[in-house]
Design a binder for this molecule. Structure first.
Ligand code: ATP
Ligand code: MG
Length: 283
């Protein structure tokens, strides 16, 4: 059994549950209990506060966990980062009132900064030799300057709209964060092999989500030019059409250069293009 800790309720819950389900785990997410057994993969899902996840994983109560990199860095626990998961992307930034003058980090010297991330913030300030007051609070950090608790804040930002509506401007990006899979550094052989199995499934899900299956028709004399454009997994499949002199070509295209490839295919005689999502992809 692999014990997997995820956030019980919050910004990461839904994506964490979806990812595990895409990997073939079936479990209840009614969220009442702390632990849900899974079928489809020998695992138990532990629903926890996100801040507690690194410690549970360090102590071996959970074997792996899904949590923000920001929480891992702040917690300083002895855990291994097994994989980036690509969701819950945000950054940890310092922000100050919009009308405050700012020419560089030295302007933060002697100021009070409110944050829920004192460990990461103090490391950052120390790196630049800046001596600021750090005021640790557990939530609603963005209102601290408005109520006179601190002059600046250090908090998570994604779009910046919360900062804007509180009259703040972002002046330093301390770190970029996203959801990561962490694991206990001393898993036994059985759990280690389950973790590898899970990582293998995560790769298949990730590959599939960033690729598209593409089908197109082309006259036979254009096939060579079209094959040159298609990156494919190995080499594209070519099937004859009922109409003489024509073929159907199938391949996989990465989302990054998708539109560019489509344009080139059309310019080179491709017709009736079909683009289909891929559910899983095992290379
Ligand atoms: P808990 O009750 O589990 O302690 P929380 O209130 O501490 O929850 P959430 O606000 O749900 O935490 O955020 C969980 C994680 O989501 C954060 O640690 C961060 O990695 C990520 N996150 C936070 N804010 C944002 C944001 N604005 N955009 C994207 N991701 C974010
Ligand atoms: Mg939390």
């Amino acid at each position: 059994m692999l014990n997997i800790a995820i956030q019980k309720k919050g910004r990461m819950s839904e994506d964490s549950i979806k990812l595990l389900r895409d990997c073939g785990l079936r479990f209840s997410s009614s969220g009442k209990g702390l632990i849900s057994p899974s079928s489809g993969f020998p695992a138990n899902i532990y629903y926890l506060r996100d801040d507690d996840i690194p410690e549970y994983v360090q102590d071996g109560i959970a074997d792996v966990g899904i949590v923000g990199l920001n929480v891992v860095e702040e917690g300083q626990n002895n855990v291994v980062i097994s994989r980036n998961l690509g969701f819950s992307k945000c950054r940890l930034s310092i922000a100050i009132p919009r009308d405050m003058n700012y020419d560089g980090i030295q302007d933060l010297a002697g100021k009070d900064i409110a944050t829920s991330y004192p460990v990461i913030l103090s490391k950052y300030l120390k790196k630049y030799g800046i001596d600021s007051g750090i005021h640790t609070i557990s939530g609603s950090v963005e209102i601290a300057p408005g109520i006179g608790l601190a002059e600046g804040i250090c908090d998570l930002v994604s779009t910046g709209s919360t900062l804007l509506s509180n009259g703040l401007k972002e002046v330093e990006v301390i770190m970029k964060s996203e959801a990561v899979m962490i694991s206990n550094p001393t898993l036994d052989l059985e759990k280690q092999s389950l973790l590898e199995k899970l990582l293998f499934r995560l790769n298949a899900v990730h590959q599939a989500s960033t690729s598209k299956y593409i089908l197109l028709n082309a006259p036979n004399d254009k096939i060579d030019a079209i094959i040159d454009i298609l990156p494919g997994m190995k080499s594209p499949s070519i099937l004859p059409l009922a109409e003489d002199g024509w073929s159907s070509i199938h391949s996989v295209v990465s989302e990054d250069d998708f539109w560019e490839v489509i344009d080139q295919l059309k310019e080179n005689g491709a017709e009736s293009l079909l683009v289909v999502p891929i559910e899983k992809m095992v290379l």
